[in-house]
Design a protein around this ligand. Sequence first.
Ligand code: FAD
Length: 378
Amino acid sequence: MLSFWEKDVFLKKYDVIIIGAGFSGLWLAYFLKKYQPKLEIAILESGTLPTGASTKNAGFSCFGSPTELLENIEVMGIDQAMFWAEKRYKGISMIAQYFGSEIEYDDCGGTELFNDKVVFEETKEQLEALNHSIKSITGKDNHFFIDENIIQNAGFSGFQHAIKNTVEGSIHSGKLISSMTETLQAMKVTIFNGVKVQRFDNEVNSVKIYAENGLIFEANHLSITTNAFTKQLLPEVDLYPGRGQVLITEPIEGLNWRGTFHFDKGYYYFRNYRNRVLFGGGRNLDFKTENTDEFALTSLVQNRLEQLLYENIIPKYSNIKIDQRWSGIMAFDDTKTPVSKCLNQRISLSVRMNGMGVALAPTLSENLAKEILKTIDD
Ligand SMILES: Cc1cc2nc3c(=O)[nH]c(=O)nc-3n(C[C@H](O)[C@H](O)[C@H](O)COP(=O)(O)OP(=O)(O)OC[C@H]3O[C@@H](n4cnc5c(N)ncnc54)[C@H](O)[C@@H]3O)c2cc1C
Protein backbone atom coordinates (compact mmCIF):
# COMPACT_ATOMS: atom_id res chain seq x y z
CA MET A 1 0.00 0.00 0.00
CA LEU A 2 1.77 3.14 -1.22
CA SER A 3 1.43 6.57 0.34
CA PHE A 4 0.47 9.65 -1.63
CA TRP A 5 4.10 10.83 -1.27
CA GLU A 6 5.56 7.61 -2.62
CA LYS A 7 3.22 7.62 -5.61
CA ASP A 8 3.89 11.30 -6.26
CA VAL A 9 7.67 11.01 -6.25
CA PHE A 10 8.68 7.45 -7.07
CA LEU A 11 5.73 5.95 -8.96
CA LYS A 12 5.03 8.94 -11.17
CA LYS A 13 4.81 8.45 -14.92
CA TYR A 14 8.37 8.51 -16.31
CA ASP A 15 9.42 9.56 -19.80
CA VAL A 16 11.67 6.50 -20.08
CA ILE A 17 12.03 3.41 -17.91
CA ILE A 18 15.00 1.14 -18.51
CA ILE A 19 15.03 -2.45 -17.23
CA GLY A 20 18.55 -3.58 -16.22
CA ALA A 21 21.34 -1.58 -14.59
CA GLY A 22 24.30 -3.23 -16.35
CA PHE A 23 26.52 -1.26 -18.72
CA SER A 24 23.87 -1.20 -21.49
CA GLY A 25 21.19 0.30 -19.24
CA LEU A 26 23.51 2.78 -17.54
CA TRP A 27 25.05 4.05 -20.80
CA LEU A 28 21.56 4.37 -22.28
CA ALA A 29 20.34 6.50 -19.36
CA TYR A 30 23.55 8.55 -19.56
CA PHE A 31 23.08 9.45 -23.24
CA LEU A 32 19.33 10.05 -22.96
CA LYS A 33 20.01 12.55 -20.16
CA LYS A 34 23.00 14.06 -21.94
CA TYR A 35 20.95 14.81 -25.06
CA GLN A 36 17.66 15.60 -23.30
CA PRO A 37 18.35 16.67 -19.67
CA LYS A 38 14.67 17.27 -18.92
CA LEU A 39 13.69 13.62 -19.36
CA GLU A 40 12.45 11.83 -16.24
CA ILE A 41 14.21 8.46 -16.29
CA ALA A 42 14.12 5.46 -13.96
CA ILE A 43 16.13 2.25 -14.10
CA LEU A 44 14.66 -0.93 -12.61
CA GLU A 45 17.26 -3.50 -11.55
CA SER A 46 16.35 -6.88 -10.10
CA GLY A 47 19.52 -7.35 -8.05
CA THR A 48 20.79 -5.48 -5.02
CA LEU A 49 23.79 -5.03 -7.34
CA PRO A 50 23.55 -5.42 -11.12
CA THR A 51 23.42 -9.20 -11.55
CA GLY A 52 24.35 -10.32 -15.04
CA ALA A 53 27.72 -9.75 -16.69
CA SER A 54 28.74 -6.15 -16.04
CA THR A 55 30.10 -6.63 -12.52
CA LYS A 56 31.16 -10.23 -13.11
CA ASN A 57 33.49 -9.94 -16.11
CA ALA A 58 37.27 -9.89 -16.07
CA GLY A 59 37.61 -6.13 -16.65
CA PHE A 60 38.91 -6.24 -20.21
CA SER A 61 38.06 -3.51 -22.70
CA CYS A 62 38.31 -5.82 -25.68
CA PHE A 63 38.73 -4.84 -29.27
CA GLY A 64 39.10 -8.46 -30.40
CA SER A 65 42.13 -10.68 -30.86
CA PRO A 66 43.32 -11.60 -34.39
CA THR A 67 41.76 -15.08 -34.29
CA GLU A 68 38.47 -13.67 -32.95
CA LEU A 69 38.38 -11.07 -35.72
CA LEU A 70 39.21 -13.66 -38.39
CA GLU A 71 36.41 -15.86 -37.04
CA ASN A 72 34.05 -12.88 -37.16
CA ILE A 73 35.03 -12.24 -40.80
CA GLU A 74 34.26 -15.88 -41.59
CA VAL A 75 30.84 -15.74 -39.87
CA MET A 76 29.61 -12.29 -40.95
CA GLY A 77 31.85 -11.10 -43.79
CA ILE A 78 34.51 -8.42 -43.75
CA ASP A 79 32.20 -5.37 -43.85
CA GLN A 80 30.08 -6.45 -40.88
CA ALA A 81 33.13 -7.64 -38.92
CA MET A 82 34.78 -4.22 -39.36
CA PHE A 83 31.49 -2.44 -38.61
CA TRP A 84 31.33 -4.14 -35.19
CA ALA A 85 35.08 -3.78 -34.59
CA GLU A 86 34.70 -0.03 -35.11
CA LYS A 87 31.86 0.08 -32.57
CA ARG A 88 34.11 -1.66 -30.03
CA TYR A 89 37.02 0.64 -30.80
CA LYS A 90 34.85 3.73 -30.29
CA GLY A 91 33.33 2.20 -27.16
CA ILE A 92 36.72 1.66 -25.57
CA SER A 93 37.65 5.29 -26.39
CA MET A 94 34.41 6.50 -24.81
CA ILE A 95 35.03 4.55 -21.60
CA ALA A 96 38.50 6.10 -21.37
CA GLN A 97 37.23 9.58 -22.20
CA TYR A 98 34.21 9.70 -19.87
CA PHE A 99 35.30 7.59 -16.90
CA GLY A 100 38.97 6.63 -17.47
CA SER A 101 40.38 8.53 -14.51
CA GLU A 102 38.00 6.92 -12.00
CA ILE A 103 38.06 3.28 -13.04
CA GLU A 104 41.76 2.34 -13.15
CA TYR A 105 41.62 2.44 -16.95
CA ASP A 106 44.94 1.13 -18.25
CA ASP A 107 45.71 1.27 -21.98
CA CYS A 108 48.11 -1.59 -21.47
CA GLY A 109 47.53 -3.25 -24.85
CA GLY A 110 46.54 -6.84 -25.48
CA THR A 111 48.35 -9.99 -26.56
CA GLU A 112 47.06 -13.15 -28.18
CA LEU A 113 49.15 -16.17 -27.22
CA PHE A 114 49.35 -19.28 -29.39
CA ASN A 115 49.96 -22.87 -28.33
CA ASP A 116 49.14 -24.29 -31.76
CA LYS A 117 51.66 -23.75 -34.57
CA VAL A 118 49.13 -24.34 -37.36
CA VAL A 119 46.66 -21.78 -35.98
CA PHE A 120 49.49 -19.27 -35.56
CA GLU A 121 50.78 -19.76 -39.14
CA GLU A 122 47.24 -19.40 -40.54
CA THR A 123 46.72 -16.23 -38.50
CA LYS A 124 50.13 -14.82 -39.48
CA GLU A 125 49.34 -15.31 -43.17
CA GLN A 126 46.24 -13.15 -42.83
CA LEU A 127 47.73 -10.50 -40.55
CA GLU A 128 48.71 -8.03 -43.26
CA ALA A 129 45.21 -8.03 -44.79
CA LEU A 130 43.67 -7.76 -41.31
CA ASN A 131 45.89 -4.79 -40.43
CA HIS A 132 44.97 -3.14 -43.72
CA SER A 133 41.24 -3.41 -42.88
CA ILE A 134 41.75 -2.23 -39.31
CA LYS A 135 43.73 0.84 -40.39
CA SER A 136 40.46 2.40 -41.58
CA ILE A 137 39.22 2.15 -37.96
CA THR A 138 42.25 2.96 -35.83
CA GLY A 139 44.33 4.96 -38.29
CA LYS A 140 47.29 2.83 -37.23
CA ASP A 141 49.49 1.00 -39.72
CA ASN A 142 50.38 -2.10 -37.75
CA HIS A 143 47.56 -2.62 -35.32
CA PHE A 144 48.59 -6.24 -34.77
CA PHE A 145 52.28 -7.12 -34.70
CA ILE A 146 54.24 -10.21 -33.75
CA ASP A 147 56.16 -9.69 -30.51
CA GLU A 148 57.18 -12.87 -28.77
CA ASN A 149 59.48 -11.40 -26.10
CA ILE A 150 56.61 -11.31 -23.63
CA ILE A 151 56.45 -15.12 -23.45
CA GLN A 152 59.97 -15.45 -22.10
CA ASN A 153 60.00 -12.20 -20.12
CA ALA A 154 56.82 -13.15 -18.25
CA GLY A 155 57.88 -16.76 -17.79
CA PHE A 156 54.80 -18.19 -19.54
CA SER A 157 55.04 -21.81 -20.62
CA GLY A 158 53.40 -23.78 -23.42
CA PHE A 159 52.99 -20.79 -25.73
CA GLN A 160 55.28 -20.47 -28.73
CA HIS A 161 53.96 -17.34 -30.43
CA ALA A 162 52.37 -14.01 -29.54
CA ILE A 163 50.62 -11.23 -31.47
CA LYS A 164 50.27 -7.88 -29.73
CA ASN A 165 47.99 -4.90 -30.20
CA THR A 166 48.15 -1.47 -28.60
CA VAL A 167 44.40 -0.74 -28.45
CA GLU A 168 43.05 -3.03 -25.75
CA GLY A 169 43.02 -1.99 -22.16
CA SER A 170 41.82 -3.05 -18.78
CA ILE A 171 39.38 -1.51 -16.33
CA HIS A 172 37.96 -2.04 -12.85
CA SER A 173 34.43 -3.13 -13.76
CA GLY A 174 33.05 -2.49 -10.26
CA LYS A 175 34.39 1.05 -10.31
CA LEU A 176 32.91 1.68 -13.78
CA ILE A 177 29.45 0.63 -12.54
CA SER A 178 29.90 2.70 -9.40
CA SER A 179 31.13 5.84 -11.25
CA MET A 180 28.35 5.59 -13.80
CA THR A 181 25.76 5.15 -11.05
CA GLU A 182 27.05 8.23 -9.21
CA THR A 183 27.05 10.24 -12.45
CA LEU A 184 23.48 9.20 -13.20
CA GLN A 185 22.34 10.06 -9.69
CA ALA A 186 23.87 13.52 -10.14
CA MET A 187 21.93 13.75 -13.43
CA LYS A 188 18.77 12.91 -11.44
CA VAL A 189 18.15 9.47 -12.89
CA THR A 190 16.31 7.29 -10.34
CA ILE A 191 17.70 3.79 -9.90
CA PHE A 192 15.54 1.20 -8.14
CA ASN A 193 17.40 -1.92 -7.02
CA GLY A 194 15.60 -5.09 -5.98
CA VAL A 195 12.85 -4.57 -8.55
CA LYS A 196 12.42 -7.59 -10.79
CA VAL A 197 10.14 -6.90 -13.73
CA GLN A 198 7.72 -9.72 -14.53
CA ARG A 199 5.92 -8.33 -17.56
CA PHE A 200 4.81 -5.18 -19.30
CA ASP A 201 1.73 -4.05 -21.23
CA ASN A 202 2.01 -1.75 -24.21
CA GLU A 203 -1.06 0.47 -23.78
CA VAL A 204 -2.32 3.29 -25.99
CA ASN A 205 -0.76 6.19 -24.13
CA SER A 206 1.96 4.51 -22.07
CA VAL A 207 3.66 1.27 -21.10
CA LYS A 208 2.70 -0.34 -17.78
CA ILE A 209 5.51 -2.30 -16.14
CA TYR A 210 4.66 -4.92 -13.51
CA ALA A 211 7.28 -5.84 -10.91
CA GLU A 212 7.42 -9.08 -8.93
CA ASN A 213 6.98 -7.13 -5.67
CA GLY A 214 3.59 -5.82 -6.82
CA LEU A 215 4.68 -2.32 -7.85
CA ILE A 216 3.36 -1.02 -11.16
CA PHE A 217 5.49 1.52 -13.02
CA GLU A 218 4.40 3.61 -16.00
CA ALA A 219 6.42 5.28 -18.76
CA ASN A 220 6.08 6.77 -22.20
CA HIS A 221 8.90 4.56 -23.38
CA LEU A 222 10.33 1.28 -22.06
CA SER A 223 13.82 0.10 -22.94
CA ILE A 224 14.91 -3.45 -22.14
CA THR A 225 18.62 -3.94 -21.43
CA THR A 226 18.47 -7.30 -19.69
CA ASN A 227 20.97 -9.11 -21.95
CA ALA A 228 20.98 -12.85 -21.12
CA PHE A 229 17.68 -12.61 -19.23
CA THR A 230 15.72 -10.97 -22.06
CA LYS A 231 13.64 -14.01 -23.00
CA GLN A 232 11.76 -13.74 -19.69
CA LEU A 233 10.31 -10.44 -20.99
CA LEU A 234 10.60 -10.83 -24.77
CA PRO A 235 10.54 -14.59 -25.58
CA GLU A 236 10.84 -13.94 -29.33
CA VAL A 237 14.36 -12.48 -29.14
CA ASP A 238 16.86 -14.94 -30.56
CA LEU A 239 19.62 -15.46 -27.99
CA TYR A 240 21.04 -18.02 -25.61
CA PRO A 241 22.83 -17.46 -22.31
CA GLY A 242 26.49 -18.32 -21.81
CA ARG A 243 28.22 -18.57 -18.45
CA GLY A 244 31.73 -17.24 -17.95
CA GLN A 245 33.74 -18.58 -14.99
CA VAL A 246 36.58 -16.59 -13.47
CA LEU A 247 39.16 -16.97 -10.73
CA ILE A 248 41.66 -14.62 -9.13
CA THR A 249 44.82 -15.61 -7.26
CA GLU A 250 46.16 -14.10 -4.10
CA PRO A 251 48.82 -11.36 -4.73
CA ILE A 252 52.00 -12.85 -6.20
CA GLU A 253 55.28 -11.24 -5.27
CA GLY A 254 57.36 -10.30 -8.31
CA LEU A 255 54.63 -10.76 -10.95
CA ASN A 256 56.43 -8.64 -13.53
CA TRP A 257 54.14 -8.48 -16.55
CA ARG A 258 51.12 -6.35 -17.33
CA GLY A 259 48.55 -6.25 -20.09
CA THR A 260 45.60 -8.34 -21.16
CA PHE A 261 46.10 -11.78 -22.69
CA HIS A 262 43.93 -14.17 -24.68
CA PHE A 263 44.39 -17.62 -26.10
CA ASP A 264 42.35 -20.34 -27.77
CA LYS A 265 40.32 -17.92 -29.95
CA GLY A 266 39.49 -15.75 -26.96
CA TYR A 267 37.98 -18.64 -24.98
CA TYR A 268 40.62 -18.03 -22.27
CA TYR A 269 41.71 -14.62 -21.01
CA PHE A 270 43.93 -13.38 -18.19
CA ARG A 271 45.50 -10.22 -16.84
CA ASN A 272 47.52 -8.93 -13.94
CA TYR A 273 45.36 -7.06 -11.46
CA ARG A 274 47.41 -5.60 -8.59
CA ASN A 275 49.88 -8.50 -8.82
CA ARG A 276 47.11 -11.09 -8.85
CA VAL A 277 46.35 -13.20 -11.90
CA LEU A 278 42.72 -12.81 -12.93
CA PHE A 279 41.91 -15.70 -15.26
CA GLY A 280 38.68 -16.75 -16.91
CA GLY A 281 37.14 -18.78 -19.70
CA GLY A 282 36.74 -22.41 -20.60
CA ARG A 283 33.12 -22.19 -21.82
CA ASN A 284 34.19 -24.19 -24.87
CA LEU A 285 35.01 -27.22 -22.68
CA ASP A 286 31.30 -27.96 -22.32
CA PHE A 287 29.01 -25.56 -24.22
CA LYS A 288 25.94 -27.62 -23.33
CA THR A 289 26.41 -27.10 -19.59
CA GLU A 290 27.74 -23.55 -19.89
CA ASN A 291 24.84 -22.28 -22.05
CA THR A 292 22.89 -21.48 -18.91
CA ASP A 293 21.72 -18.44 -16.98
CA GLU A 294 22.52 -20.09 -13.65
CA PHE A 295 25.36 -18.49 -11.67
CA ALA A 296 27.53 -21.42 -10.63
CA LEU A 297 31.00 -22.96 -10.84
CA THR A 298 31.78 -26.37 -12.29
CA SER A 299 34.72 -28.58 -11.41
CA LEU A 300 35.41 -29.26 -15.12
CA VAL A 301 36.02 -25.59 -15.93
CA GLN A 302 37.61 -24.62 -12.61
CA ASN A 303 40.04 -27.56 -12.70
CA ARG A 304 41.08 -26.69 -16.25
CA LEU A 305 41.54 -23.03 -15.33
CA GLU A 306 43.73 -24.06 -12.40
CA GLN A 307 45.76 -26.44 -14.55
CA LEU A 308 46.40 -23.79 -17.21
CA LEU A 309 47.15 -21.20 -14.54
CA TYR A 310 49.80 -23.25 -12.77
CA GLU A 311 51.31 -24.93 -15.86
CA ASN A 312 51.20 -22.14 -18.44
CA ILE A 313 50.72 -18.75 -16.82
CA ILE A 314 52.64 -18.87 -13.55
CA PRO A 315 54.82 -22.02 -13.89
CA LYS A 316 57.76 -20.37 -12.11
CA TYR A 317 55.76 -19.61 -8.95
CA SER A 318 54.80 -22.24 -6.41
CA ASN A 319 52.20 -22.47 -3.65
CA ILE A 320 50.03 -19.71 -5.11
CA LYS A 321 46.47 -19.95 -3.79
CA ILE A 322 43.23 -19.08 -5.54
CA ASP A 323 41.62 -16.25 -3.60
CA GLN A 324 38.16 -16.04 -5.21
CA ARG A 325 36.06 -17.64 -7.91
CA TRP A 326 32.83 -16.43 -9.51
CA SER A 327 30.69 -16.61 -12.63
CA GLY A 328 28.77 -14.17 -14.83
CA ILE A 329 26.14 -14.65 -17.50
CA MET A 330 26.47 -13.35 -21.07
CA ALA A 331 24.12 -13.54 -24.08
CA PHE A 332 25.05 -14.98 -27.47
CA ASP A 333 23.58 -15.87 -30.85
CA ASP A 334 24.92 -17.54 -33.97
CA THR A 335 25.34 -14.29 -35.92
CA LYS A 336 27.65 -12.87 -33.18
CA THR A 337 25.80 -9.54 -33.42
CA PRO A 338 23.84 -7.57 -30.81
CA VAL A 339 20.27 -6.41 -31.26
CA SER A 340 19.80 -2.75 -30.38
CA LYS A 341 16.77 -0.92 -31.76
CA CYS A 342 13.29 0.51 -31.21
CA LEU A 343 10.65 -2.17 -31.72
CA ASN A 344 8.00 0.52 -31.90
CA GLN A 345 7.37 4.00 -30.52
CA ARG A 346 7.08 2.69 -26.95
CA ILE A 347 9.47 -0.26 -26.69
CA SER A 348 13.16 -0.63 -27.44
CA LEU A 349 15.89 -3.08 -26.53
CA SER A 350 19.66 -3.32 -26.50
CA VAL A 351 20.73 -6.89 -25.72
CA ARG A 352 22.73 -9.91 -26.91
CA MET A 353 26.18 -8.42 -26.46
CA ASN A 354 27.92 -11.66 -27.50
CA GLY A 355 30.49 -11.34 -24.74
CA MET A 356 31.66 -7.91 -25.90
CA GLY A 357 29.33 -5.58 -24.01
CA VAL A 358 31.99 -3.68 -22.09
CA ALA A 359 33.26 -2.28 -25.39
CA LEU A 360 29.95 -2.28 -27.29
CA ALA A 361 27.54 -0.79 -24.76
CA PRO A 362 28.72 2.85 -25.03
CA THR A 363 28.23 3.13 -28.81
CA LEU A 364 25.11 0.97 -29.01
CA SER A 365 23.46 2.84 -26.17
CA GLU A 366 24.33 6.24 -27.66
CA ASN A 367 22.77 5.26 -31.00
CA LEU A 368 19.69 3.83 -29.30
CA ALA A 369 19.30 6.97 -27.17
CA LYS A 370 19.17 9.05 -30.37
CA GLU A 371 16.60 6.68 -31.88
CA ILE A 372 14.42 6.79 -28.74
CA LEU A 373 14.58 10.59 -28.64
CA LYS A 374 13.29 10.71 -32.22
CA THR A 375 10.24 8.61 -31.25
CA ILE A 376 9.62 10.80 -28.22
CA ASP A 377 9.84 13.98 -30.35
CA ASP A 378 7.46 12.58 -33.01
C1 FAD B 1 33.51 -13.67 -17.38
C2 FAD B 1 33.15 -12.60 -18.35
C3 FAD B 1 34.13 -12.04 -19.17
C4 FAD B 1 33.81 -11.02 -20.07
N1 FAD B 1 34.79 -10.42 -20.84
C5 FAD B 1 34.48 -9.38 -21.65
C6 FAD B 1 35.49 -8.72 -22.42
O1 FAD B 1 36.64 -9.10 -22.39
N2 FAD B 1 35.13 -7.66 -23.20
C7 FAD B 1 33.85 -7.24 -23.28
O2 FAD B 1 33.57 -6.27 -23.99
N3 FAD B 1 32.87 -7.86 -22.57
C8 FAD B 1 33.17 -8.92 -21.78
N4 FAD B 1 32.19 -9.58 -21.09
C9 FAD B 1 30.81 -9.28 -21.41
C10 FAD B 1 30.30 -8.02 -20.78
O3 FAD B 1 30.56 -8.02 -19.39
C11 FAD B 1 28.81 -7.97 -21.08
O4 FAD B 1 28.61 -8.05 -22.48
C12 FAD B 1 28.17 -6.70 -20.58
O5 FAD B 1 28.48 -6.49 -19.23
C13 FAD B 1 26.68 -6.78 -20.78
O6 FAD B 1 26.10 -5.66 -20.18
P1 FAD B 1 24.51 -5.54 -20.19
O7 FAD B 1 24.18 -4.33 -19.43
O8 FAD B 1 24.03 -5.66 -21.59
O9 FAD B 1 24.03 -6.86 -19.43
P2 FAD B 1 24.15 -7.25 -17.88
O10 FAD B 1 25.37 -6.72 -17.28
O11 FAD B 1 23.92 -8.71 -17.80
O12 FAD B 1 22.95 -6.44 -17.23
C14 FAD B 1 21.62 -6.87 -17.35
C15 FAD B 1 20.95 -6.49 -16.05
O13 FAD B 1 19.55 -6.70 -16.17
C16 FAD B 1 19.08 -7.13 -14.90
N5 FAD B 1 17.82 -7.83 -15.14
C17 FAD B 1 17.63 -8.95 -15.85
N6 FAD B 1 16.33 -9.28 -15.88
C18 FAD B 1 15.67 -8.35 -15.16
C19 FAD B 1 14.31 -8.14 -14.81
N7 FAD B 1 13.34 -8.97 -15.23
N8 FAD B 1 13.98 -7.06 -14.06
C20 FAD B 1 14.94 -6.20 -13.62
N9 FAD B 1 16.25 -6.36 -13.91
C21 FAD B 1 16.62 -7.42 -14.68
C22 FAD B 1 20.19 -8.04 -14.38
O14 FAD B 1 20.12 -8.18 -12.97
C23 FAD B 1 21.43 -7.32 -14.86
O15 FAD B 1 21.97 -6.47 -13.87
C24 FAD B 1 32.48 -10.60 -20.19
C25 FAD B 1 31.49 -11.16 -19.35
C26 FAD B 1 31.82 -12.16 -18.45
C27 FAD B 1 30.75 -12.74 -17.57
